[in-house]
Design a protein around this ligand. Structure first.
Ligand code: AMP
Ligand code: MG
Length: 465
């Protein structure tokens, strides 16, 4: 890439591979992480995969623009370093192998934000840019995001060899994944079946985390599903703002296949696609069907536990489900901001005399148009809190540790992107710093927790990146 420059870096991602933020901006690192200079001992490669897009078999897809630089052995295990957007690969098809600054900044910020939220994800080390022009819906400039993960193998990596009718390659890949990342399964009676079951569990748990924080991936195609259960390939993602279970964050997804509510069944559907690809190794359809069944409980149990924590409930009791369902129904009818609701719920005081409640609850209550409906729900919530051991202060602390104040709202990313497109990268780094402490009050950054401004209602994100 011509005239490469440093855009932003993540100190916490750098620390994972023994680097410091200041290192990343050095010209030799910028050259290496744009793909201009291959580091000594690196053996770059691109990994082929296929997949189902929007429910349809799409054949070979990639990887058309991600190049693996190599693997670093760290104290926490192996980390692969991958350049996304560093140019064409043997699998680029009609593409240019490039990524634009806009989508690279979005992937960078969201990867690191998700990690700080405690949600399994690939990491992002840094973004580099170049004046190189790239044609999308508009002319934009090129950028590269350096990603890190123990592995970038996807469901689609298995589908590729299955649909190509290459059972030997399929087995090599499955054995590699078990050996490297699921060694405890190697001695199982049926290791490939055990792999399917474990990946199904991890996928279900991942999606429970997404639902609990209001994250929408936007393109849950099977080629974007990590075999390690990580959030992978950040494109037209979004965080829920005004709550709507049918919200579609990806402008390209007109049918809403990947809407917020559909993420749960689609995650399961994708595990079926993986099972189908693994069947030549598993050789037992009934057993595979059985293994896939673990999705329902793995999702339900995880989501239930996360919700209990979000509401400050240390115990599970009868009637909790109805309390949660009615809460979501109320949020839906009132289009309540997802993040603000849970954060302010942590501030609710339990023992307030009836006549003082409207005033005491105002910050939370005012998020609802139908105040009477909120009041009725709050009476039930208070009654439920009375059956908990923790007092208000203890509960607020616990809730604030699981209900973030700061998430990557689309408009925040947009502001940082527009400044970066003018050559000012400070806002990217500043926003990252806020997102790295999503549960802290950070009063000096309160504006980053604000509802989206009016202009943001016109923001659209699509698959074009
Ligand atoms: P995505 O929808 O971003 O997950 O991309 C689907 C596939 O298309 C991936 O395998 C990408 O590698 C490939 N792809 C996306 N954009 C490009 C591009 N500009 N050049 C080459 N391949 C691309
Ligand atoms: Mg992808």
């Amino acid at each position: 890439m011509p005239a490469p420059y440093f855009v932003a870096g993540s100190a916490s991602a750098a620390a994972l591979i023994g680097l410091e933020l200041a290192d990343l901006a050095r010209p030799d690192f910028v050259a290496a992480f744009t793909g201009n200079q291959v580091p000594a001992r690196a053996r770059p490669l691109a990994a082929v995969y296929s997949g189902h897009q929007f429910g349809n078999w799409a054949g070979q897809l990639g990887d058309g623009r991600a190049i693996l630089l190599g693997e670093i052995r760290t104290a926490a295990g192996p980390m692969e370093l991958q350049l996304k957007g560093a140019g064409m690969t043997p699998y680029s098809r009609m593409g240019d192998g490039r990524a634009v600054l806009r989508s690279s900044i979005r992937e960078f910020l969201c990867s690191e934000g998700m990690a700080a939220l405690g949600i399994p994800t690939t990491r992002a080390l840094m973004v580099t840019g170049s004046p190189q022009r790239v044609m999308r819906e508009n002319v934009e400039t090129a950028a590269v995001v350096t990603r890190m993960a123990p592995s970038f193998v996807r469901f689609g990596s298995f589908e590729h060899w299955h649909y190509r009718n290459k059972p030997e390659e399929l087995k090599i890949l499955a054995d590699y994944v078990i050996d490297q990342f699921y060694p405890e399964l190697a001695d199982a009676e049926a290791p490939y079946l055990a792999l399917l079951r474990e990946v199904t569990v991890r996928t279900a748990r991942l999606i429970a985390h997404w639902q609990a924080v209001g994250f929408m991936h936007g393109v849950m195609n099977t080629d974007n599903m990590s075999i390690l259960g990580l959030t992978l390939d950040y494109g037209p993602f979004g965080f829920m703002e005004a709550f709507d279970v049918d919200h579609i964050c990806n402008h390209t997804d007109q049918g809403g296949r990947y809407s917020y509510g559909n993420q749960v069944p689609v995650g399961h559907w994708n595990c079926y696609a993986l099972a189908n690809a693994l069947l030549p190794l598993i050789r037992d359809t009934d057993a595979a069907e059985d293994a896939l069944g673990v999705y329902v409980d793995a999702y339900g149990d995880t989501f239930d536990a996360l919700l209990h924590a979000k509401l400050g409930l240390a115990s599970a009791q009868e009637g909790d489900r109805a309390l949660f369902d009615d809460m979501f129904g109320l949020m839906q009818r009132n289009r309540v901001d997802f993040t603000l609701f849970f954060r302010r719920l942590g501030e609710l005081r339990r023992d307030v005399p009836d006549h003082a409640r409207a005033a005491a609850d105002a910050p939370l209550r005012d998020l609802f148009l139908d105040r009477a409906a909120f009041d009725a729900w709050a009476v039930r919530y208070r009654a439920r809190l009375a059956r908990e051991a923790a007092g208000d202060d203890e509960r607020r602390l616990a809730m604030h540790k699981v209900n973030p104040k700061y998430i990557l709202r689309n408009y925040l990313a947009q502001v940082a992107i527009e400044r970066a497109q003018q050559g000012d990268f400070a806002e990217v780094q500043r926003l990252l710093a806020v997102l790295e402490k999503p549960f802290d009050e950070q009063p000096e950054h309160a504006s980053y927790a604000a509802l989206p401004p009016d202009w943001a209602s016109h923001l659209e994100v699509s698959c074009s990146s």
